[in-house]
Design a protein around this ligand. Structure first.
Ligand code: HIS
Length: 388
């Protein structure tokens, strides 16, 4: 290793320097306050756990994304948390196990053995909220509203919200009785969003004409929600098992449109989210100039079951560092007070007081080139603040 190599950081792992680190920290405080003010209690799940507990019921994607290490104490395999949501589901189901509804929030670093995209960090600072115990439209509207409010608070503009529903895909798959292998193929085709390939797949793999049409129609169910009424009615007609899901997504969209008239709302029934734990309504917020979702989430009603308590669940997450990069929120400006290097206790008391009040007070050392906005000076026997 040359001395230059010693400074090399692994791909997708970055250090955050001033002033960006301060910006991120200020945003973290602001958003956590918002979550607290909205009734969400902060939890801090462990960064490292036994792999079995970490990956129970979460599917392959998260397994591939998890860094694994051996615990020298027990010899067991442990994993670094790659997503806080399943851990919070366990906290709700097992550690807290409350009656009725619970609202929980979090903000901490997660670790990705494999980045979620070319753009993404492998150590995102995941901030989010999860709501348990309510299956109705109201819970989805609350969580998405909270997500949009947080984006607004971070100064993220021109947000475009995509709404999807994993239940529609699941209803079609169940009715057609397709194999896990076929589901995977279909998942990949839907991700590519190529209509002709999907139609060819449906014609080849699905015997029933109505179901084949329904599969092919999935890809047309993306775009401006007002223009999709006809396609949605057709889907419900072809496969009546999807009508409750389609009505759910429409009701959520109607309420959000009233609350957030400035946010563009789209439907995208091909959006099935990366992690396999989602079971119902899913959503993602996008902005111009960033190819990934800036915040995303959805319903995952079955995750708690593996911890002994199935609960309706919905939530969202975002990477705080990405929000800080794209948000135009203002950070609080601070004046720097320069104090002399003097051991007078009255001076030290005043310095402590000023710092307590939130002022930045620096006592320069020999070669310091600190730029002062104010000085602490002794005038008429009293320490006083004077303009630089
Ligand atoms: N944790 C999920 C989003 C989510 C939160 N709650 C439910 N889904 C993600 O990072 O994609």
């Amino acid at each position: 290793m040359t001395s230059a190599d010693r400074w090399l950081l692994p791909d997708g792992i970055e250090e955050v320097l001033p002033p960006q680190a301060r910006r991120i920290e200020q945003l973290r405080r602001r958003l956590l306050d918002q979550l607290d003010n909205s009734g969400y209690d902060l939890v801090i799940p462990p960064a490292l756990e036994y792999l079995d507990s970490l990956l129970t019921g979460v599917g392959k994607d998260l397994d591939l994304r998890t860094f694994k290490v051996t615990d020298q104490l027990s010899g067991r395999l442990m994993g670094l948390s790659a997503d806080t949501t399943p851990q919070v589901a366990r906290i709700d189901a097992h550690s807290l196990a409350p009656e009725g509804i619970s609202r929980l929030s979090y903000c901490r670093t997660v670790f990705h053995a494999k980045a979620s995209s070319l753009l993404a960090s492998r150590t995102p600072t995941q901030i989010g909220a999860e709501l348990y115990g309510e299956a109705g439209v109201g819970a989805d509207v609350e969580i998405i509203s909270l997500m949009l409010t947080l984006l607004e608070s971070a100064g993220v503009q021109q947000v475009h919200l995509d709404l999807g529903h994993v239940g529609v895909f699941r209803a079609l798959a169940a009715k057609a009785g397709i194999s896990a292998e076929q589901q995977r193929e279909l998942f990949d085709l839907l991700k590519l969003k190529c209509a002709t390939d999907l139609e060819a797949w449906a014609a080849r793999e699905i015997q029933d004409a109505a179901l084949a049409e329904a599969f092919a129609l999935l890809i047309r169910l993306q775009g401006d929600r007002q223009k999709l009424d006809a396609a949605i009615s057709r889907m419900a007609e072809l496969v009546p098992e999807t009508s409750a899901e389609l009505a759910h997504i429409q009701q959520v969209a109607e309420q959000l449109a009233l609350r957030f008239p400035q946010t563009s709302l789209y439907f995208d029934l091909t959006e099935l989210r990366g992690y396999n734990y989602h079971t119902g309504l899913v959503f993602a917020a996008y902005i111009p100039g960033y190819g990934d979702a800036i915040a995303q989430g959805g319903r995952y009603d079955e995750t708690g079951a593996v911890f002994g308590r199935a609960r309706p669940a919905t939530g969202f997450s975002a990477d705080l560092k990405v929000l800080a990069r794209f948000g135009t929120y203002q950070t609080e400006a601070k004046q720097t007070v320069v104090a002399p290097n003097d051991n007078d206790p009255a001076l030290w008391q005043l310095i402590a007081q000023l710092r307590e009040q939130g002022k930045r007070v620096v006592v320069p050392l020999n070669d310091d080139a600190i730029r002062a906005d104010l000085y602490l000076k002794k005038l008429d026997g009293q320490w006083q603040l004077v303009e630089a």
